[in-house]
Design a protein around this ligand. Structure first.
Ligand code: 2P0
Length: 339
């Protein structure tokens, strides 16, 4: 067998947010979510895995620093990969008993709260799957590392199906459209803050699930319709519809955070100024040119079309004069060419 495998996996940014679990251990979500996966040239994780009879223990290095392998999520991913290898009879039994070494790094700051766990676990699981020659879908294994990681297993636009089975076997990611489908689409990430978030997503969504009435309303009455409508917008390349749903869903997610008890605040005054600026710009333009979305942090992800990128960058620089190049990460969301 090949002794070392290296894989790259990009981050994904959700347009229908995942927030809340129905099963904490299996990481099963309360609702479907939809995202776009970045091109691998920006914001990705790179992971190498190897296995050898001489290795004495499983070991992992993150950005060059050794971390504990006892993390239960990591253990769950490795165990599932090995049990798939047994089920698919891809590897000799003795090889499965060999220990593994994992080395992973991000090409963007982990502390910036920019979906690093999504890229990291997608990358780890894809690398292990390649090492153990697994052929079946591994999004449900990446999900055991971090929920949003299952969406980074695929490129383009991706849907994570909440599923309904208690064992989580139907809680998988599927591709809505591949990375060539909407070549004009871009993502512009505005790095507002690079400090670690105060409330982790895992803790935040637990508080919201337990306390927010609005979260219950969202799951029953908003997400199902929004998911269908945004998939239709993606398939038809209807930017206006895509943008409106994206912004509304981001706003609702942060409203749920505020509706949680105690409230969770991820957006800052600068985040809110960006929201105001985008609405003013869209109003001024007479059409929706840009959509914002915010994850569990203050950084803004703007979805927009390629020809509007230079104008929007100028606008941001004008509105926030202290902005420096490090505050911008221009991503090819689902396209192949450079800006
Ligand atoms: C998302 N987020 O859909 C949402 C929007 C943050 C806000 O998925 O507990 O790091 O590891 O499953 O995957 C962040 O959640 O949480 C997330 P766990 P994860 O992208």
């Amino acid at each position: 067998m090949s002794n070392i495998v290296t894989v790259i996996a990009p981050v994904n940014i959700a347009v229908i947010k995942y927030w809340g679990k129905r099963d904490e251990k299996l990481i099963l979500p309360l609702n479907d979510s939809v995202s776009a996966t970045f091109d691998t040239s920006v914001m990705c994780a790179k992971t190498s895995v190897s296995t050898h009879p001489d290795f004495v223990e499983d070991q992992i290095w993150l950005n060059g620093k050794e971390e504990s392998f006892s993390n239960p999520r990591l253990q769950n991913c490795l165990r599932e990969i090995k049990s798939r290898a047994v089920a698919e009879k891809t590897i000799a039994e003795d090889v499965l008993s060999w220990k593994v070494h994992v080395s992973s790094e991000n090409n963007f700051p982990t502390a910036a709260g920019l979906a690093s766990s999504a890229a990291g676990y997608a990358c780890l699981v894809s690398a292990l799957a390649k090492l153990y020659k697994i052929k079946s879908d591994v999004s449900s294994i990446a999900r055991l590392g971090s929920g949003s990681a299952c969406r980074s297993v695929y490129g383009g636009f991706v849907r994570w199906h909440a599923g309904s089975k208690p064992d989580g076997s139907d809680s998988i990611a599927t591709q809505i459209a591949d990375s060539n489908h909407w070549p004009e689409m871009r993502v512009l990430v505005l790095v507002v803050g690079n400090t670690q978030k105060k409330v982790s997503s895992t803790v935040g969504m637990k508080i919201s699930s337990e306390t927010s009435e609005l979260l219950k309303h969202r799951i029953q009455h908003c997400v199902p319709q929004r998911t269908e409508r945004i998939i239709e917008a993606i398939k038809n390349k209807d930017f206006y519809k895509f943008a409106e749903i994206t912004m509304k869903d981001s706003n609702q997610f942060h409203a749920i955070c505020l509706d949680s008890y105690p409230p969770i605040v991820y957006m800052t005054d600068i985040s809110h100024s960006i929201v105001d600026l985008i609405h003013k710009y869209n109003d001024f333009s007479g059409e929706t040119k840009v959509a914002y979305t915010f994850d569990a942090g203050s950084n803004a992800c703007l979805y927009l079309l390629k020809h509007d990128v230079p104008k929007v960058i100028s606008l941001i620089k004008y509105a926030f004069p202290s902005t420096s190049p490090e505050n911008f990460i221009t991503g090819l969301s689902v396209a192949k060419e450079e800006i």
